[in-house]
Design a protein around this ligand. Structure first.
Ligand code: GLC
Ligand code: MG
Length: 731
C-alpha cells in the first residue's frame, strides 16, 4: 500500500507536491536537548483529542503497582508521563487512555469503567470477551471483541478522537480495525519488539510469531511510528518486512532525573562497597546492571583484569542486582553471576573489585554518588542497550560515561557529549576509554559538564511539544506548496545548524520564500538528520539526502512523514560490493570503523586521517574495486558506491522537480560537500568552512560567504539571485 517511489513521483506528476523497550532500568521504572522547541501554532485549529490504547497490564491513574504482573511495567509509566506532559499543552483538549476492564485478584480498580486522572486525562476501561486479567501472550483472542466495544464507545462520544495512539502490537491490531471502520488514523509505539526478543534467544516462546505478525501489521498500517532511539528506528525495526524508515520518528522519552543531580552519598552504601577494597579512595569504575548476559558485565571484568594500568588507577564496582543465594536467581542471572566470580578469581582481582550482594531500590543515587566523589567513571558495556536510562542517571549524578555503541547510548552521547562509545565486545577498547577519562582531566570535566544537560535533553515537556506538533500536522495534513521554481539544498552540520541565531534568521527568511523548495544533504542517516533538525526546530525539509547522498527521502503529501526514493536506491546500489570492501579494509592501519549505526547499506564509514584515506584508495585500486572515498573534517572517511554523492543525489532531485541547473542552490562547509559544490553552478561555501574548500580546484565558481552557517546560506542565495537578475537585465 505504501509505495515509496510511487508517492515521490506522483507528487510531481499531479503537481500536488505530494509532497525500547523502555524497561531497561535495572532498579526502578522511571524513564527520560536543549533548546525547548517552539510550538508550531495554528491558532484557529480545534484542540486535539488523542485516544491512547494500551491493552496490557494493570493500568490505573495513580499508585501503579509496577511489577504486579509481568506486563505492568515501563510502558505504563511512559503512557502516564506522556499523558501528563501532553495535558499541559494548551492545544490538546482531551486525552483518553483506553484499556481492558477485568475483575479479580489485583483489586477492584481495574473493573471500574471510567476513572478521571486529571483535568484532561481519563482512563476508560472497556469489556472484551474475557472478564479476567490476561497476560499479553493471551491477548489475541480479545482483539475482535475489544474493537467492537471501542467502536461503540467512540460512537457515543460527542466528537471522535483525532488520532489513536496504540501501545504494543495487540493495541495496534485493534487500532488498525478501528481505522478500517471509522477512518481514524493511528500512531504506533512498539515499546519492545518481538523480533528483537527472538534474536536474543527467546524464539522458543510460542506466542512470538503471532506477536511479530501483529507488529508487521502495525508497521504496515500506522500513519506514524514513534521510536525511542535511533537504534530502534534504524536497526530494530529494520528486521521487519513492512519497515518504512520515513514513517518512523525518534522521540526520546522524558526522564525523572531530579533525584540524581547532586545526590548525597550514604554511609551505609559506601560501607557496602568499601568492605571489598584494599584502597577504597581510588576512583571507581562503576557498572549498575542486572547480571544478565546481555548486560555483558563479564567483558568489563575482563577489560579491568587485563589492564594492570587500569587496576593501578581505579577500583571496579559492580552493582549487579540483588541476590540472597546465587542458585535461586532467575533466568540467566545465576550463570552470569558465576561467570563474573570466576573472572574475578582468574585475574586475581581481590581487594580491587566490589560486588555488593544487595542494594535497595532507592540506593541508586547514592551508588552513583559514591563513584562521583572518587572521580570515577560509569561504564555500560551492554551488548545492546535499547534506550540507556542508567546512562542518563549517571550523567545527572555527575559521572562521565563509557558506553556501548549498540543502541540508545549513541543518541545520548551525541546529544549530551557526556562520554565515549565503545565496541562492547572489545575489552581493550573498554579499558582504553576508561583510562582516557581517568588520565585527561579536561576531557573528564567536559564529559561531566555535558552530562549535566541530560535532564534538560530528556524531558517529557520537550517530548510532548514535538509529539503534539507531529500529531497536529498529521491531522492538518497540509501538503507542501505547489511545484517549486527554485531548489535550495543545504548541508546540515556546520552549515544549516551550528549557530542558533543563524538558524532563527533562516527560519524567518525561509517562511517568506514561496516557490523555493528546501532540502538538506548530509552525511547523517535519515533519523539522525531528523533528530537534529527537530531538536534545532529547523524548517521541515521537503527532501532529505542522507548518508552522503546514498539515500533520498521525499516529504509525503501529509507534510509529516517521508518516503524513501526507491529508484535512487536501485540506481546507487548497482555494482556496489559492500562485503568485499568491508573485508578488504578490515584492519587497515589508521582506519577505525565508526559505530555500527553509521554503517549503512550503501555507505561504510570510518575514522581516519588523510594518510589513511590515501591507503584506502590505493587498496581499493589495487584489487579493482570501484568505490568513492570521501574525507571530511580531516577525520571522517566514507566509502560509497561510485554513483553516490551529495552531488549526484541533488541532480536526481533536480530532475524530479523538473528544474534547470540555474534554479538550484547548494550550500556546504566541508569535504563531503565537495562533489555537490563542484557539480552545481550556484554553490555556496559558508564562511566557517573546513578542508580548504575555498582554495580547491573546481570550486572557484563557488560563492564564499562572508557570514557563517545559515546566515551564509541566505547571503549566498541572495548573491546568486542578484547576479541572475543582472544577467536578465543586461539581456
Ligand atoms: C556524518 C555521519 C558520518 C560521516 C560524516 C561525514 O557525521 O554520521 O558517518 O562519516 O557525516 O560524511
Ligand atoms: Mg557539514
Amino acid at each position: 500500500m505504501h509505495n515509496p517511489f510511487g508517492a515521490a513521483m506522483m507528487l510531481w506528476r499531479n503537481r500536488k507536491y505530494a509532497g525500547g523497550d523502555l524497561s531497561d532500568s535495572d532498579h526502578d521504572l522511571s524513564i527520560s536537548r536543549v533548546s525547548q522547541p517552539r510550538r508550531r501554532t495554528n491558532c484557529k485549529s480545534k484542540p486535539l483529542f488523542i485516544l491512547h490504547l494500551a491493552l496490557q497490564g494493570c493500568l490505573r491513574g495513580s499508585n501503579v503497582a509496577y511489577g504486579i504482573t509481568a506486563d505492568t511495567g515501563g510502558h505504563i509509566r511512559y503512557l502516564l508521563d506522556l499523558a501528563a506532559a501532553c495535558a499541559r499543552d494548551p492545544e490538546v483538549g482531551r486525552i483518553v487512555l483506553a484499556t481492558r476492564r477485568f475483575r479479580g485478584a489485583f483489586g477492584p480498580d481495574y473493573a471500574v469503567p471510567h476513572e478521571r486522572v486529571g483535568g484532561k486525562v481519563e482512563i476508560v476501561r472497556l469489556a472484551s470477551a474475557s472478564p479476567d486479567y490476561l497476560p499479553k501472550e493471551d491477548m489475541a483472542g480479545q482483539v475482535e471483541s475489544y474493537t467492537g466495544a471501542l467502536v461503540e464507545w467512540i460512537a457515543a462520544q460527542e466528537t471522535p478522537p483525532d488520532l489513536i495512539h496504540a501501545h504494543y502490537a495487540d493495541a495496534a491490531s485493534v487500532a488498525g480495525r478501528v481505522r478500517d471502520r471509522l477512518g481514524i488514523p493511528f500512531v504506533f509505539t512498539a515499546h519492545s519488539l518481538g523480533r528483537v526478543k527472538a534474536a536474543m534467544g527467546m524464539a522458543a516462546c510460542p506466542s512470538l510469531p503471532r506477536r511479530i505478525a501483529a507488529e508487521e501489521g502495525a508497521l504496515r498500517r500506522a500513519s506514524l511510528v514513534i521510536a525511542s532511539s535511533r537504534d530502534e528506528a534504524e536497526v530494530q525495526y529494520a528486521g521487519y518486512t513492512a519497515y518504512d524508515p520515513g514513517r518512523v520518528r525518534v522521540l526520546p522519552p522524558g526522564s525523572d532525573l531530579a533525584r540524581f543531580a547532586g545526590a548525597p552519598t550514604s554511609s551505609r552504601v559506601d560501607a557496602s562497597i568499601d568492605r571489598f577494597l584494599a584502597d577504597p579512595r581510588k576512583p571507581a569504575l562503576l557498572a549498575l546492571a542486572r547480571p544478565v548476559a546481555r548486560k555483558n558485565l563479564v567483558a568489563l571484568v575482563r577489560a579491568y583484569g587485563e589492564s594492570p594500568t587500569l587496576q593501578a588507577r581505579a577500583n571496579l564496582v559492580l552493582a549487579a542486582g540483588t541476590r540472597a543465594d546465587i542458585d535461586d536467581l532467575d533466568g540467566d542471572m545465576a550463570a552470569t553471576m558465576r561467570e563474573i566470580l570466576v573472572a574475578i578469581d582468574r585475574y586475581d582481582l581481590y581487594g580491587r573489585v566490589a560486588y555488593p550482594k544487595t542494594h535497595e531500590p532507592g540506593d541508586a543515587p547514592a551508588i552513583y554518588a559514591y563513584a562521583r566523589e572518587r572521580g570515577g567513571v560509569f561504564v555500560n558495556p551492554a551488548l545492546n542497550e535499547p534506550f540507556g536510562l542508567t546512562l542518563l542517571e549517571a550523567s545527572s549524578a555527575g559521572l562521565p560515561l563509557v558506553a556501548t555503541d549498540s543502541g540508545g547510548p549513541n543518541d545520548i552521547v551525541e546529544t549530551c557529549g557526556n562520554g565515549i562509545l565503545v565496541d562492547p565486545r572489545s575489552p581493550s577498547a573498554i579499558a582504553a576509554a576508561c583510562l582516557r577519562l581517568l588520565t585527561e582531566p579536561a576531557f573528564y570535566a567536559a564529559c561531566v559538564a555535558g552530562g549535566a544537560r541530560a535532564a534538560a535533553c530528556y524531558d517529557w515537556g520537550r517530548h510532548a511539544t514535538l509529539y503534539g506538533g507531529l500529531l497536529r500536522d498529521l491531522r492538518a495534513s497540509v501538503p507542501p506548496p505547489g511545484r517549486p521554481r527554485q531548489l535550495l539544498i543545504c548541508d546540515i552540520d556546520n552549515t544549516l545548524v551550528g549557530c542558533e541565531a543563524g538558524l532563527r534568521a533562516f527560519r524567518r527568511w525561509r517562511s517568506r520564500q514561496a516557490g523555493l523548495a528546501f532540502g538538506v544533504a548530509t552525511g547523517r542517516s535519515f533519523h539522525s538528520a531528523m533528530a537534529i533538525l527537530e531538536q534545532q526546530d529547523s524548517p521541515r525539509p521537503q527532501v532529505i539526502i542522507g548518508s552522503v547522498g546514498s539515500e533520498i527521502y521525499h516529504l509525503d503529501a501529509n507534510g509529516v512523514t517521508y518516503t524513501a526514493d526507491a529508484a535512487w536506491q536501485a540506481d546507487v546500489g548497482r555494482g556496489w560490493e559492500r562485503s568485499a570492501i568491508t573485508d578488504l579494509l578490515a584492519g587497515l592501519d589508521g582506519l577505525v570503523p565508526q559505530s555500527p549505526l553509521e554503517q549503512r547499506a550503501y555507505k561504510l564509514s570510518y575514522f581516519g586521517d588523510g594518510r589513511a584515506a590515501a591507503k584506502v584508495r590505493a587498496r581499493l585500486d589495487s584489487v579493482g574495486l570501484a568505490a568513492s572515498v570521501i574525507h571530511s573534517h580531516g577525520r571522517y572517511l566514507d566509502v560509497l558506491p561510485v554513483g553516490a554523492s551529495k552531488g549526484t543525489a541533488v541532480d536526481h532531485v533536480r530532475g524530479l522537480y523538473g528544474l534547470h541547473d540555474r534554479d538550484v542552490f547548494v550550500a556546504g562547509d566541508s569535504g563531503n560537500d565537495i562533489e555537490m559544490l563542484r557539480a552545481r553552478r550556484q554553490s555556496i561555501i559558508v564562511a566557517n568552512f573546513s578542508d580548504d574548500l575555498a582554495s580547491l580546484s573546481g570550486l572557484a565558481h563557488s560563492y564564499v560567504a562572508r557570514a557563517s552557517h545559515a546566515r551564509g546560506v541566505i547571503e549566498g542565495v541572495a548573491h546568486f539571485r542578484r547576479s541572475a537578475a543582472l544577467v536578465d537585465h543586461a539581456g
